[in-house]
Unconditional design. Structure first.
Length: 413
C-alpha cells in the first residue's frame, strides 16, 4: 500500500487517548435498593456499618475451654452447651468445659475451642488428646471486616461478587452513579427499519440495532430516534433533540469523506466535532466531539466497521463516562495461525477469527472467512479479533499473531 495514503491517519491509541482525556465521568448520583443495583457503579466508598463477624464465635464444633482449667491428665466435665444464635447463660464453673457448635458465640473467658475430633468423651467428662494453644478455632469480632472500614471502593461495578457481601452487612441501599443516557440514530435514505418490507435500493438498519444491543449490555439508558433521512432539517432537528436529552449521542453513517456535507456543517454549528481517519481496518472514518450539552460519536456506515469502532473506542468511552474505574482494555494473547490471512501494510487490522486450543494445549486461530466490512456474519462465526500490526503484511500458516477474545458485548454465549 502507498504510505502517502495512510500518512494522515491517526492510531487507535491516539484516538482513545483523545476520547478519555477530553471527557469526564458523570458526577450525578442516586440511592437505590440493593436488590436493584446489579450492574451499577458505586458513587462512593461503601463503609461497613458493623463488624464481621459481629461477635467472637466458634470456627468448629467442639469444646470451649479455659487454659487454666486444663492439664495433661484432667478430665473436664461439660457445664453446658452453646448453639448458633443461642449464647451461653449462667455461670461457668471452674474446672469444666462447654460444648459449642460452629458459629455459636464464644462464652466469656474462653481461651480456645478444641475441635471434637481432638477430644475423647468419657462418662466423667472430656479428655483432650492434642495440645491446645491460645485462641485456636475462635473467629474474633471484626476479623473479616471491621466496623467503619471501606469494603468496596468508588467506581466499581456491583455484581454477584459484591452484592452478597453488602447484604451480609445489612446494607439495604447504595449510592450509585446515575445511568448514562445515550441517544442513537442512523442516517440514510437507503435504510429501512427492521420488520418493514424493503423497497427498491433499501437495506435494513443493522447498525443501530447492534449498537442498541451493546448499549443495553453496558447498562445505559437508550434513547432511540430511529432512522433520520438525508435531509438537513430532519438531521438538525435530531441533533437538537438528542443534545437536550442525552449525555452521549451516537450516529451511524454520514462520517465518510464525500458523504452529506450538511452533516459536518450542522455538527460544526452545534459544537466542536473532529472527523478522524483512523489507522484501523475496518472502521477508518470516525467522528468525535462535543455538542452544546452532549458528547458525540459518529460511527461508520458499514455494519462491521460500526461494531468494531464501537467496541474499540465507544465502549471504553462509555465505561469512562459512567464512572467505572476498573475497566481494562482487551487482553491480547499469542496464537498460531492455521489459515493464511491477507493484509496490506498501513492500518491496524482487526480480522474476525475462531480461536481454540489444539491437542497439545497450544492456542491456534483461523479466519472466519471473507473479511469485508459488509460481512456481519463474521461476528456470529468468530470468538475473537485477530489483531495484525499496522505495518504487517499478509500472514502465512504457522506464523504467530495476537488475538483478543470477544468480551460480553460480542460473545456467542
Amino acid at each position: 500500500m502507498d504510505h502517502c495514503y495512510t500518512s494522515g491517519l491517526i492510531s487507535l491509541e491516539q484516538a482513545l487517548e483523545k476520547l478519555l482525556t477530553q471527557t469526564a465521568p458523570l458526577t450525578e448520583t442516586e440511592a437505590i435498593n440493593l436488590t436493584q443495583s446489579a450492574g451499577r457503579i458505586t458513587a462512593t466508598n461503601i463503609i461497613s456499618p458493623i463488624n464481621v463477624p459481629p461477635f467472637d464465635n466458634s470456627a468448629m464444633d467442639g469444646y470451649a475451654i479455659r487454659l487454666t482449667d486444663l492439664n495433661d491428665t484432667q478430665i473436664l466435665p461439660v457445664a453446658g452447651k452453646v448453639l448458633a444464635g443461642i449464647p451461653f447463660q449462667g455461670e461457668w464453673p471452674v474446672g469444666t468445659c462447654i460444648r459449642i457448635m460452629t458459629g455459636a458465640p464464644i462464652p466469656a473467658g474462653t481461651d480456645a475451642v478444641v475441635m471434637q475430633e481432638q477430644a475423647e468423651v468419657t462418662e466423667s467428662g472430656v479428655r483432650f488428646t492434642y495440645p491446645v494453644h491460645q485462641g485456636q478455632n475462635i473467629r474474633t469480632i471484626g476479623e473479616d471486616i471491621a466496623q467503619n472500614t471501606a469494603v468496596l471502593p468508588q467506581g466499581i461495578k456491583l455484581s454477584t461478587a459484591q452484592l452478597p457481601l453488602l447484604a451480609s452487612l445489612g446494607i439495604a441501599q447504595v449510592d450509585v452513579i446515575r445511568k448514562l443516557k445515550v441517544a442513537i440514530f442512523s442516517t440514510g435514505d437507503e435504510l429501512q427499519t427492521i420488520g418493514e418490507p424493503l423497497q427498491a435500493g433499501q437495506i435494513y438498519d443493522t447498525n443501530r440495532f447492534a449498537v442498541r444491543l451493546m448499549l443495553e449490555k453496558l447498562d445505559c439508558d437508550v434513547i432511540d430516534l430511529g432512522v433520520i433521512p438525508d435531509d438537513p432539517d430532519a438531521l438538525r432537528h435530531a441533533f437538537v433533540q438528542t443534545n437536550e436529552l442525552a449525555d452521549l449521542v451516537i450516529s451511524s453513517g454520514g462520517v465518510s469523506v464525500g458523504e452529506a456535507d450538511y452533516t459536518k456543517q450542522i455538527l460544526d454549528e452545534m459544537g466542536e466535532i473532529s472527523f478522524w481517519k483512523l489507522a484501523i481496518k475496518p472502521g477508518k472514518p470516525f467522528a468525535f466531539g462535543k455538542l452544546k450539552n452532549a458528547w458525540f460519536c459518529g460511527l461508520p456506515g458499514n455494519p462491521v466497521s460500526a461494531v468494531l469502532t464501537f467496541y474499540q473506542l465507544v465502549q471504553p468511552l462509555i465505561t469512562h463516562l459512567s464512572g467505572f474505574t476498573a475497566w481494562q482494555p482487551p487482553m491480547r494473547l499469542s496464537a498460531k495461525v492455521i489459515t493464511p490471512l491477507k493484509k496490506s501494510p498501513g492500518r491496524l487490522d482487526f480480522q474476525r477469527g475462531i480461536a481454540a486450543l489444539n491437542k497439545q494445549g497450544e492456542l491456534e486461530v483461523r479466519s472466519t472467512g471473507h473479511q469485508g466490512s459488509h460481512i456481519f456474519s463474521s461476528y456470529s462465526l468468530g470468538n475473537c479479533f485477530i489483531v495484525l500490526e499496522r505495518e504487517r503484511g499478509s500472514v502465512v500458516t504457522g506464523e504467530t499473531v495476537q488475538i483478543e477474545f470477544f468480551n460480553h458485548l460480542l460473545k456467542n454465549q
